[in-house]
Each structure stands twice: as structure tokens, then as C-alpha cells.
Write a protein that binds this ligand. Structure first.
Ligand code: NI
Length: 171
């Protein structure tokens, strides 16, 4: 396993649409292991492969709180089959937009289909933070960031804040 660099805005790679994985092979599992280690190190609760520059439809997540044992989850080729009309406003952040947070409204429940770490097909409903997180991560697979759901003013502010922080770190 290895910690990989996380791409941040405005890296154009983050705007790429990721491709479906043909099969959950050992190579894909090695990618998921690296993604999980990278996510825990950051630390974050979700990571899409494109955030480490790999344009494949792969997501890792762990929603366990700090005092709970780790509970990694893996989503390969996830699809949303159904959503409800109720929305859940939630203050989101993203490892690719460090130190910026704002509220996004998304459907409060979604029905998912995906392949897990073993390549088994899973269907389930997600709600609460799970629903928020999987929709945020699935946006990454389409090249969409949570700041794309905000006004242009807020988006520009977020990107300039990240650029400025990078300049300061490099100086
Ligand atoms: Ni994100």
C-alpha cells in the first residue's frame, strides 16, 4: 500500500469523466488499498480514484467516527438507481478543495448499485451522511466537484483560496 498525492483544484484532471472498471481484479484492489491509505492519511471520509489521478469509477469511504473501529467501504462502478424528492442540506468539504466548506443540497436517500471489494454486486439504500458522501464522490466520477453546485462567486473564491495556500506552502 502507498499514500498517493491528492490532486487539488484547479487541476484539469479533476474535470475528467472516469471510465468503468471491467472487472475487480487484484490490480483494482491494490488501487483501492492505496486510495484508502491515502484517505486515512489526509484525513478524509471519502475519496474517488480521479483525486489521485486515476480516471476509473472507483470510490473508497469510511464514515466511522474517530472513537469507532475503522469501517472501510468500496464502490466500483456505482450507479444511482433511484432517489427521493426530499433534500438534505449538508456542509461539505473535499480533499481536492482543502480548507473550504459550504452547504450543498442533495437528495436525502438514494438507491445504489455497485461492485464491492470482492467484485460482488450490491444494491442498497443510502441515507444521512452516507447518501451525502456517495453522491459527492460519484460527482467526482463525472468530473464535478461540490463547489460546482455553488454560485460562481463562491466557486472562484474557493479555487483562489486553494491556489493561494499552495503558493504560500511553496514559498
Ligand atoms: Ni471530494
Amino acid at each position: 500500500m502507498a499514500i498517493r498525492p491528492i490532486l487539488t483544484v484547479p487541476d484539469p484532471i479533476l474535470k475528467q469523466v472516469s471510465k468503468p472498471v471491467e472487472a475487480v481484479t487484484d490490480e483494482v484492489r491494490a488501487l483501492m488499498d492505496d486510495m484508502l491509505e491515502t484517505m486515512y492519511d489526509a484525513p478524509g471520509i471519502g475519496l474517488a480514484a480521479i483525486q489521485i489521478g486515476v480516471p476509473q469509477r472507483v470510490i473508497v469511504m469510511d464514515l466511522a467516527s474517530a472513537d469507532q473501529p475503522r469501517a472501510p467501504r468500496y464502490f466500483v462502478n456505482p450507479e444511482i438507481l433511484e432517489t427521493v424528492e426530499d433534500v438534505l442540506p449538508y456542509e461539505e468539504g473535499c480533499l481536492s478543495v482543502p480548507d473550504f466548506f459550504d452547504t450543498v443540497e442533495r437528495p436525502a436517500r438514494v438507491r445504489l448499485r455497485y461492485l464491492d471489494y470482492q467484485g460482488q454486486r450490491v444494491e442498497e439504500w443510502a441515507d444521512g451522511m452516507f447518501a451525502v458522501c456517495i453522491q459527492h464522490e460519484m460527482d467526482h466520477l463525472e468530473g464535478t466537484l461540490f463547489i460546482d453546485h455553488l454560485s460562481r462567486l463562491k466557486r472562484n473564491y474557493a479555487v483562489s483560496k486553494v491556489k493561494k495556500a499552495k503558493r504560500t506552502a511553496a514559498a
